[in-house]
Design a protein around this ligand. Sequence first.
Ligand SMILES: Cc1ncc(C[n+]2csc(CCOP(=O)(O)OP(=O)(O)O)c2C)c(N)n1
Length: 335
Amino acid sequence: MATPDTDVRGHVTVTDVDLYTRMLLIRRAEERLIVACADGSLPGGVHLYIGEEAVAVGACAVMTDRDYVTSTHRGHGHFLAKGGDIDAMFAEIWGKATGICKGMGGSMHVADVSKGILGANGIVGAGFAIATGAAWGAKLAGEGRVATCFFGDGAANQGSFSESMNVSAAWELPTIFVCENNGVSEFTVTSTVTGGTLVDRARAFMPATVVDGNDVHAVRDAVGAAVERARAGGGPSYVEATTFRIRGHLEAEQHMLGGGTYRSEDDVTAWQADDKDPLPRLAARLLADGTCERAALDRIDAEVRARVEAAVAYAEASPPADPDLAPQIMFGPTA
Ligand SMILES: Cc1ncc(C[n+]2csc(CCOP(=O)(O)OP(=O)(O)O)c2C)c(N)n1
């Protein structure tokens, strides 16, 4: 079933400029959140995805709105990559009534079911079972949808990881497990609390592969193969994307660390280099293959920055969230 943005096999057709623009939107949006967080504009904390944009954008490039994704506490990138609206996301982060969850969820709960975004989640590892359930529903409905679960290397040490892979494999569900392996879990180096390798765990259940998570094409191609297999009834897959988070676990983490460190500044600097950072890497390719001139990239940047500022203005001008909604959310509409 072809739609305007899918080809005859149902594959999404996304150009390299689209990929670049979407990654840049995430980057500029989050750079703006750094400022907003530091100047006290935000009612809560934010966990930033800067440096990992190629994972969400590469993976979501091979899905349609009808496919599902589950996200993490670091969910802005997944939301925007899957086509979520930046105005509604910023209003949510600013705690406003126009937010995508009416300002009741905040940064860690951005969701838009109309786009298949089943939600960011403050509970580490919660997405495994949610995605598996969505995949089961998709299989029963027989409409060829897939459910992709984004999760971190830290989350992979939750028991629900194996449980969800087991059920997905046993019932041949269209679940795609996309591990964002950035090497750290909050303030812990993941290898110090992890036995064996994550990809070997996954291999016990399903086809599993490791890709360069800062290469948007590598992610897109690996997840694309997994989506194709899942749509054809071939069951689940695991794709591990090696990447790095440039910012701290959350903004203002230095106040929690009290002077302590858990990774070296040299590592951070190395991953910010042009041959590592996913954005300069794709920009270099666009310039080298003649897709874009530097002026065109600059124009995209100006447009993206303007879009982000418009979202800030929208969030700031919106009315605050309605506190009367809180008991309804906690206890149901009759409370
Ligand atoms: C069930 C649960 N346990 C612990 C936490 C505290 N916590 C928040 S993020 C995090 C680490 C997550 O690491 P990872 O899954 O690798 O994601 P990353 O932050 O690296 O993107 C932890 C332990 C939590 N939110 N939920």
